[in-house]
Structures are given as C-alpha cells and as structure tokens.
Design a protein around this ligand. Structure first.
Ligand SMILES: [Zn+2]
Length: 480
C-alpha cells in the first residue's frame, strides 16, 4: 500500500527583546546559572508580572508577516503543570484568545513546488527554565535563566506532506524573523525549536491517522532524520497489525530513534484558566498601521528585485536574499563596487563555500562591504588573477578588522606578472626543458598545451594572467 505522511508543526521562537516578558531581567543567552532571574520570573509569592510591550510589538509584527488575522483584543491564560524547570508551576500563555490566527505561508520547495501552509494560530507565552543533568551520578541542576524569556508559538495546520516542505517552512520562518529583527532563530541555541506532529494514512484517504508529537528537535538535519524514522515506524506498526498510540515522543539524535515520553496531554489536563494577574490586551488600530508601515522587504521581494534590477539568476538571488545578512553584504558591497555580477561571483563561490564546508553562519560574517568592494576593484583592475584572488579573499574573510588587502598582496608578493618578456622567457624555458611534450604537440596532441600553461603558471607562482600566458604560448608554439 502507498502511504502519505501528514504533518503539522508547532514552532517556538524566542523573541529578541532585551528583557523578559514579565520582568526586567536580561534575556541574554548563557550566563552563569540562575544569575538572570528575579522573584518575578521565578514566581515567588506576592510578585506580579508586568507585560513587556516590546514583546507585543514583535509578536504582532510576526503575525502580520505570516498573513494572520490579528485579534486586537486578546488575553493571557494560565497553563498549570508541575515540572522542576518551572518554579511557578504554571506558564502564562494564551489559549482562549490568542493574538493571531488564520495565517498562511507560501513556500517554494527545493524540488521547485509551490505549497501553501495554513497557520492555525500564534500565541505569546513565557519560556521555562532548563534542567542540566549531571554527567556523573543522577543529579539534576535547574537553571532558571531562561524562565520568562518571551516566546511566540506558531501552530500550523496539518498541511505538510513532504519533509522538504517542513525544511522550506522553517527556513522561511527564520528568514522572515531575521528580516523583522525580532529573533535570531538559532536552532542550535534553542531560540527556534520545532515540534513535529506526524501521522500516516493510505494515500488518497481524507481521514487523519493517529498522530505522535516529536518535541524540540534542534536542527534541520535532525528533523529530516526524525521524520524519516517516525513515518517508517508508524507504517511498519500499522502494516504488522499494530495501532499508533497518541503520545509525545523524544527524538534521540545519537541513537537516531524516537522514544515514547508520555501520552499526549489534552488542554483540560493543564487546568487552563484566564490569567488573573494580567489585564486583557488591546492592540490599537494606530499600532497595527504602524507595524504594517515598518514591515521590511522580505526574501521573495528582494530576490525578485535582484533578478529584475541587478541581473542575478533566480536561484542565486533566492540564496542571497534568503538571508538578511547575505543580502546586506551583497547590497552594501554592490553599492560601492557597482558590479552585481562580480559581487555575486565571490559570494556564490567563496562565501557559500565557507558556510557549507566550514560551518560559518551568515549572521557571524564579519567581512566589511568596504573591504569586499576594494578587493573587487583590485581583481577588476587585473592586479591579481582569480586563482590568487581566492587566496586573498579567504584571508580577508577570516581576517580581523585590521586586515589590509593592499598590504596583504604586497607582503605576499601576489601582484600579477604582466611583464610580457618574463612570460616569454618562462615559456621558452618550459618548451626547451620538455622535448617530449614538444614532440607530442607536433604529432597533433594539442591537449598538451594545458601542460605548458600549467608549468608556466607554476614557475610564475600562479601570478600571471592565464589569458596572457595562453596568448604568448600560442605564439611560441606556432614558431616550433
Ligand atoms: Zn526576572
């Protein structure tokens, strides 16, 4: 039988406000355990939460960007549960009247399909602390620094059918929130976390199967593997006569398996009730109009502009515009260099290579557009060739603020050899020392030209212009 996978996502995104959602503690990542907390975020008796208005702004702007309807009148609710990372024994969240609902996200997947994913709702809530388990013995240490860090939870409709849709969706959320400047969406630091609800059904069926939920998967690669494992597990279970149980499962990245954690709770298990310490929230028409007005240009619009105005290929434009940081480097460098094709060339070859092969994150790129543009000017002036350029670019890319392109080229003696007589002499020497290759050339094996060029470039330490070497070589070979 052919099976279809049905998935829905719940994505938690930490908002990049300076302070927590209900107190003035810092939201900074890290720090010594239990140093970023106070009586409010640790829920001491007698304390009262005060809503951080910046959280509301960031949340509503996220809702607008995901094409949601905004509930201008919305409320907080109290979700009760006991767990050692939650000293209050309840979490302030939104259940009955979340601030945003009925949105949609258009995706363009890797294999080129256009898919629309519905957003069921988005709510604001506070994060819980973290439990650090001792490597030795069975001690667990609670760290409450993260308690009260503002979150939005984006609940999608069960509209995902393929893993690539999930990847495209998370990539798009990250890009959108980066452009809005409301979250850094670092999955590895937990500022964006995805829960995947997954069920399977016979292809063509319209009824949903029983779903399981995989919690807090923290990388795109892990999500791909978790989906592959869990869908296979469910299919095999059903085909062997078993039944899928609705439960929460933990993805173990090292064992590459999911494990049952607990049977899935329903809303009533949390004894939700309206949060008595926070009055209902009202978002005014003026605020909404303002948030719409300050909405930035997002990836698709930017990519389209890179194609129409700057002549980039669609695929390159999508990659560069997909990241706020890459787009900024590209645009600011081009504003000085005024040569989009050349800026694109170095970004798509070198910068992407460093990102894919050396794990450089776009947001961590330090390269200054002024330096990048200066480098492009040197290449275009023919002062270094492209091969040498790669070496210079790499040193510049990983160099610190004090890196000086001109000084580096001078110090390493990289400037191009445009001395025609030196190239002629070198080629003459290469020809004289390789009679066998000359014989091969004379017998019609013209491929041997590559050998002459290679030898010449080697002697000139790679600094000659390959076109000049080819031209001089052609002359020299004619005379043989
Ligand atoms: Zn606090």
């Amino acid at each position: 039988m052919e099976w279809e996978i049905v998935m829905g996502l719940e994505v938690h995104v930490e908002l990049a406000t300076k302070t927590k959602i209900f107190c003035s503690c810092t939201t900074e990542f890290g720090g010594a355990p239990n140093t970023h907390c106070c009586p409010v975020c640790t829920g001491m008796p007698g304390t009262l939460p005060v809503l951080n208005r910046q959280v509301v702004e960031y949340a509503v702007r996220a809702g607008l960007a995901l094409n949601c309807d905004i509930n201008q009148y919305n409320k907080f609710d109290r979700k009760n549960y006991f767990y050692p990372d939650l000293p209050k024994a309840y979490q302030i969240s939104q259940l009955y009247l979340p601030f945003a609902h009925d949105g949609k996200v258009q995706l363009h997947t890797k294999s080129g399909r256009d898919v629309t994913i519905g957003i069921h709702e988005i709510h604001m809530e506070e994060d819980a602390g973290k439990l650090v388990h001792s490597l030795f013995g069975d001690t667990t240490y609670p760290d409450y620094n993260r308690c009260g860090v503002p979150l939005i939870e984006i609940v999608s409709e069960p509209d995902f059918r393929e893993t690539e849709e999930v990847i495209a969706y998370l990539t798009k959320l990250k890009s959108t929130f980066e452009y809005l400047g409301i979250s850094d969406c670092k999955m590895e630091e937990g500022s964006m976390r995805a829960d995947v609800n997954l069920s399977v059904r016979p292809k063509g069926s319209t009824e949903f199967g029983t779903r399981t939920e995989m919690k807090n998967i923290n990388s795109l690669k892990a999500i791909e593997r978790a989906i592959a494992f869990e869908s296979k597990r469910q299919i095999e279970l059903i085909e062997s006569g078993g039944r899928v149980v609705q439960e929460t499962r933990r993805w173990d990245e090292n064992k590459e398996k999911t494990f049952a954690m607990r049977s899935k709770e329903n809303a009533q298990d949390y004894r939700y009730f309206p949060e008595p310490d926070i009055p209902p929230l009202y978002i005014t028409d003026e605020e909404l109009a303002h948030y719409r007005a300050i909405c930035p240009e997002f990836a698709e619009a930017k990519a389209a502009r890179f194609v129409s105005d700057l002549g980039l290929a669609q695929e390159d434009a999508e990659i560069i515009a997909g990241s706020k940081y890459l787009a900024r480097l590209f645009e600011e460098t081009n504003a000085i260099a005024n040569d989009p094709a050349e800026v694109r060339y170095w970004m798509m070859t070198q910068v992407l290579y460093f990102m894919n092969e050396r794990g450089v994150q776009a947001e961590d790129i330090k390269l200054a557009p002024e330096k990048f543009a200066q480098f492009i000017g040197i290449v275009k002036a023919g002062r270094i060739n492209r091969q040498v350029g790669k070496q210079v670019f790499e040193s510049m890319f990983f160099g610190d603020d004090s890196f000086d392109v001109e000084a580096y080229i001078k110090e390493h003696d990289l400037e191009i050899v445009d001395d025609k007589s030196l190239i002629e002499e070198t080629i003459a020497a290469v020809i004289a020392e390789n009679p066998k290759a000359v014989e091969q050339y004379k017998s019609g094996q013209t491929k041997i030209c590559g050998f002459f060029v290679g030898q010449t470039m080697k002697r000139l330490k790679g600094k000659a212009d390959p076109a000049a070497v080819n031209a001089v070589l052609a002359e020299a070979l004619k005379k043989l």
